[in-house]
Ligand binder design. Sequence first.
Ligand SMILES: Cc1ncc(C[n+]2csc(CCOP(=O)(O)OP(=O)(O)O)c2C)c(N)n1
Length: 350
Amino acid sequence: MKRDTLLSMLHDMLLARAFEERAAQEYTRGNIAGFLHLYPGEEAVAVGVLHGAEPNDYIVSTYREHVHALVRGVPAEKVMAELFGKRDGCSGGMGGSMHLFDQERRFMGGYGIVGETYPIAIGIGYSIAMQELPEAVICFFGDGAVNQGTFHESLNMAALWKLPVLFVCENNRYQIGTEIHRHSAMTEVYKRACGYRIPSEKVNGMDVLAVHQATRSALQRIREGTGPQFLEVETYRFRGHSMSDPGSYRPNVEVQAFKDEDPVTVVLEESIPDFPTESQLEALGRDNIVHLTGHMRQQGYLEMEDVTRMKGEISKLVDKAVDFALNSPEPDMHDAWRALYCNRGQEVLI
Ligand SMILES: Cc1ncc(C[n+]2csc(CCOP(=O)(O)OP(=O)(O)O)c2C)c(N)n1
């Protein structure tokens, strides 16, 4: 893997962490309303998967999708403005945190209804297959979402019609406060895909390089025309389900055990010879970045100055995104009418 690719993956993981932590602050300041589902701890999944995708592939996501959008290239200010409900947001301020959308980058939406993503992915996949295009759809969902009826209907159709869909289950072990063994008879999610003859694999979601490798291989098989593929990516969210959930149903030792594997810190720790000091570790939070940096260090790629510079740039970028969101106007009634009747005339909102 090239140095630039690795650096850009590290950059996106650091951006993801900084963006989400800032969103949490803005929520407590009252600048973001409604639900806010954050992603710290799960960064290696979005970064590993989406760095393995091509620009022509489509992405369909859930309500925990800010980082999917960011890694896909939706500008941070457009995402932040959408969280603030402002007109310059990527959905015109009318979607909010759970409904980011960017047609240009083929980011086909975050969706608030659990299980809603599959039929949308299937529809896009069907269209690609009919046109015989070399494209794929990446469909994200949580472990709780595999108990929806749409999961089974969609996997069946995808397999039957050999649709180019990569199903990615972000298994963070909980659906809100319910642990996986309390909501699923079969807790090894990837085995469910076998019932539909879809090749499936379990991947370590704290290791960004492992996720990236598995995604590249799965997408290659899809482009060779073998039909859908399934990845169960084992990960963990460090925060509660949403901002209104302190997550206190989880034992402290469990949370700490996963924080010790923090994908962000891991990457840094392993890639920089003199990393970390105690204060650096505290500043970064231990997590999934460590695996990536390990690889980089073996290659002699990364210096602490690179990380410090990158973190400084990211911090300015996030500040700029918040300023942009604060200064953007609220959508008005005219915007609402345009959105409601967007396909009636010549005008298309997005
Ligand atoms: C059809 C439907 N039922 C219930 C809900 C309420 N709900 C919101 S999130 C959620 C849990 C989903 O958990 P999971 O799929 O594991 O995703 P995670 O939040 O862990 O990323 C539920 C039940 C919903 N949004 N839609």
